[in-house]
Design a protein around this ligand. Sequence first.
Ligand code: TYM
Length: 335
Amino acid sequence: METVLSGARPTGLVHLGNYFGAIRNFVRMQDSYNCYYFIADYHSLTTHPEAKALNENVKNLLATYLACGVDPEKATLYIQSHVPEIPELYLLFNMLAYKGELEKCPTFKEKVRSQQKAKKTINAGLLTYPVLMGVDILIHRAAKVPVGKDQMPHLEMARNFAKRFNFNTKSEFFPEPEAFNFGQELVKVPSLDASGKMSKSATNPNSAIYLSDEDKVITKKVKKAKTDSGPTEPNQEKPEEIENIFDLMRLVSTEDTVNHFDEAYNNCTIRYGDMKKQLAEDMVAFVAPIRERIKSYRQDEALLAKMVKQGAEKARASASATLQGAKELMGMRYF
Ligand code: TYM
């Protein structure tokens, strides 16, 4: 069985982008692959070092994984900092990464801009973020990584680290991991205000729909979504903000509903108010049951604690085998 690994940072509330880009596939893959899913708490510290928020976010994310259908009996579910083999391999992988490529990484450049804008410092952990991410994947020698489109540059780097290690040690120890989405292109869920992708760190709180949003909040956010004054000619190309609303509708509404509004757009009879009303209804129907399950799992701290303890044991068994194997190939077994 092929090994799969993926995770998310506990840096805020989980939104529809995280769900459709990643977590939905975690659930789909757990029956047919050897799956490891984790909470990237070390990664959070690169931009969000507040201890109190971290504690809450880790538990919320765990409850969210479960609420979305990740089954700890089928997949190994753990917290990154519970597996000390990860920072050890990270240290070794730092020798495989080049300063220039880390500085050039588009996600690093973007983070530098946003940290500077928020008058925050840029720490070394942010620069070596992709090294740690490569280790997260390769510590279990995973070949498939269900992620959203934004993680592509990191996957590319993980493949490079694997290739370099194999070349240096004349081995085929690490697979070259690939981003995965069931034979389709990777997903990018747009924001509601046409400001790019839906994101946890967006400055506009109305731009993302969180899995924990109450019905009224969802309806309000959808109503406020950016639109234009409507098409003026038949079959006109859709501007970005309208395409975004269609994209969001494709995620939660039926095909018939999407086709209905698509036709209305193409013959210029569309009323955005009606479309948003329908989208809000379908969004609420999709999110509400997940939200309620998050609440109930979140209250059961004993269950969450037990689960991550078991998860850490399984993850450490796999991680320590990889670490030992890697050190041996590097000539680091001395006596
Ligand atoms: P994070 O926490 O930002 O996001 C978690 C997952 O959600 C996906 N995602 C999206 N997909 C589609 N549309 C969007 N608008 C959208 N926003 C987020 C992300 O692609 C991701 O799959 N670096 C990772 C965490 C990480 C990781 C790893 C992932 C650390 N180590 C190893 C996989 C393997 C991150 O910041 O994800």
